[in-house]
Ligand binder design. Sequence first.
Ligand code: G3P
Length: 217
Amino acid sequence: MEFFIDTANLSEIKEANEMGILDGVTTNPSLMAKENIFGKENINKHYRQICSIVNGPVSAEVIATDYKEMVQEGLALSDLHDNIVVKIPMTAEGIKAIRYLSDKGIRTNCTLVFSAGQALIAAKAGATYLSPFLGRLDDISADGVGLVAQIRTIYDNYQFSTKILAASIRHPMHITQCAEIGADVVTAPLKAIQQLIKHPLTDSGLAQFLKDAQKGG
Ligand code: G3P
């Protein structure tokens, strides 16, 4: 399973990258705003900086909602760096844009996915990645992990090559549950990735080992 970090924060991206387990980055307009990155030039500069840190796919989201403008914006984003994957929302216009970019050999990430039907359409359009938002489904008492399982079955039934990129991850259990199901990629905040490492028995066991190592001088 590939690990992406879901942030536009450069320090967090560097920290995750230095752990040696990072395969890519996902961003969205809200994550960019959180870092106070506004305006086309600043945003493009920020994407280039992210691409210089991580040697892997970096999802950059279009702001346009109209097919032609999405395609234009997507082409410009993909020109920024070889690592850029064009992130496009799951709408009728977005699906047309995914089809167009996919036919041009440009990688896409279909975002804001909340149902198996949407996943089926995105795969048919040739999306490289599909981003079901687990946490946001859980927030409304729906089953985010269950949706990932349903999509896994559908994609396996027809050997769709679209990669399931589980997003809107809230805690480490989401990550392990996605791994059990066979999600291709998980994109998570740094905290959830770090929480995978922690276990109280590891901490207490290590403390005891170190204490014992001091015995006898
Ligand atoms: O990549 C976007 C997605 O992960 C959003 O997460 O936490 O805003 O639901 P969240």
